[in-house]
Design a protein around this ligand. Structure first.
Ligand code: MRU
Length: 345
């Protein structure tokens, strides 16, 4: 199975990242031994996807502690460097969550922090496998179909997690149960996580799919070509509002109009009960150049300025189900400010 984030002990302790900026053309790895290297990998999306960022954040604290020993940082410098990892991207709550899972053990030494960080990685895989079973059960019961045709957005597979995947995990689970129809994978502008990464994973797993431009998705839904939309999440807040890759909300609006379920799948580490509503989520604004260039060439006229929010927020009343490893809640049916507490970590 593909591993996006690994800890490697020798010859030098390091995080080993599968470099997702160059997939699927090249399968190369990055060796991360410094905080600068990790922050650059996170911000360039060499490592990406909310749960994978949580794993990188937790292991990143070990990297920071090792670098502190090598470079002679004092405690305040070390804490500042850990904060730099924690804040490297703002929207996926898992990054800060992963750092916070291990930070309290820093006084006990790097070995203890590494044990906890490895726990973050293994717990994530277990959560993803469980939520995939629960999500597949819910979808099959709700649709009553023999085979379910799916649309998904961005990449939520093993590449975006410690292993297995979230929304992708449900798709995989439906495939394993021989209950999956055609999958429509949105290409996911501007960085093409859908066409580069999801299609690569679907191909490796032998799952029949097509890649469509993001703008096709609402029409695919309204034409009755799919039975359910399944997406991942970067932050699910207390009222159920959900941040995910920009373009997700167009699927949700179309699903509501078509009367088909819109399902959000994420480990409970993505649930942020401390944030009340989607209005309070910090949406990452990325480099405008990502929008006005394509394939290394400028496509918009000189002087045109890109607008590049990396995520959008789907209001909870458009979300049929939020699936975590702790269960399923239905925000559109049962809106309640504390609904998510049932399935939070
Ligand atoms: O900018 P990215 O590629 O990190 O965005 C990823 C997404 O939006 C995913 O859908 C989300 O993190 C869930 S990954 C299981």
């Amino acid at each position: 199975m593909v591993l996006a984030v690994e800890w490697v002990e020798s010859p030098q302790p390091r995080i080993r990242l599968l470099d997702q900026t160059v997939l699927p053309a090249q399968e190369t790895h990055l060796d991360i031994t410094t905080v600068d290297g990790l922050v650059a990998a996170i911000q360039s999306l060499a490592v990406r996807g909310a749960p994978a960022l949580g794993a990188a954040g937790a292991l990143g604290v070990v990297v920071a502690m090792n670098q502190a020993s090598r470079d002679g940082w004092d405690e305040s410098r070390l804490q500042a460097e850990v904060d730099r990892i924690r804040l490297a991207r703002p929207t996926a709550v898992n990054l800060a969550w992963g750092v916070d899972q291990v930070r309290g053990a820093m006084t006990q030494g790097a070995d203890q922090v590494l044990i906890l960080a490895r726990g973050v990685v293994t717990d994530d895989e277990a959560a993803n496998r469980e939520l995939s079973r629960l999500g597949a059960d819910w979808i099959l019961e709700r649709t009553g179909l023999e085979r379910v045709r799916v649309v998904t957005h961005c990449n939520t597979g093993a590449l975006a997690t410690s292993a297995w995947g979230t929304a992708y995990g449900i798709i995989h689970e439906l495939h394993d149960r021989d209950r999956l129809g055609l999958v429509y994978a949105d290409e996911t502008r501007p960085l093409l996580q859908g066409s580069r990464l999801t299609s690569w994973e679907l191909t490796q797993d032998g799952i029949e799919h097509v890649v469509q431009v993001d703008g096709a998705a609402p029409s695919t839904i309204l034409r009755g070509l799919v039975d359910v939309a399944i997406i991942g999440a970067d932050r699910i807040v207390a009222n159920g509002d959900t941040a995910n890759k920009v373009g997700s909300v167009s699927l949700a609006l179309a699903c509501a109009r078509a009367g088909i379920p819109f399902v959000v799948a994420a480990p409970s580490s993505t649930v942020d009960l401390a944030t009340a509503t989607g209005d309070d989520i910090d949406i990452e604004q990325r480099d405008p150049e990502e929008v006005v260039n394509f394939g290394g060439r400028r496509t918009a006229p000189e002087g045109a300025v890109g607008f590049n929010p990396a995520f959008d927020v789907t209001p909870h009343d458009l979300i049929s189900a939020v699936v975590t490893e702790r269960g399923v809640v239905e925000p559109a049916n049962t809106p309640h400010p504390t609904l998510l507490a049932r399935i939070a970590g």
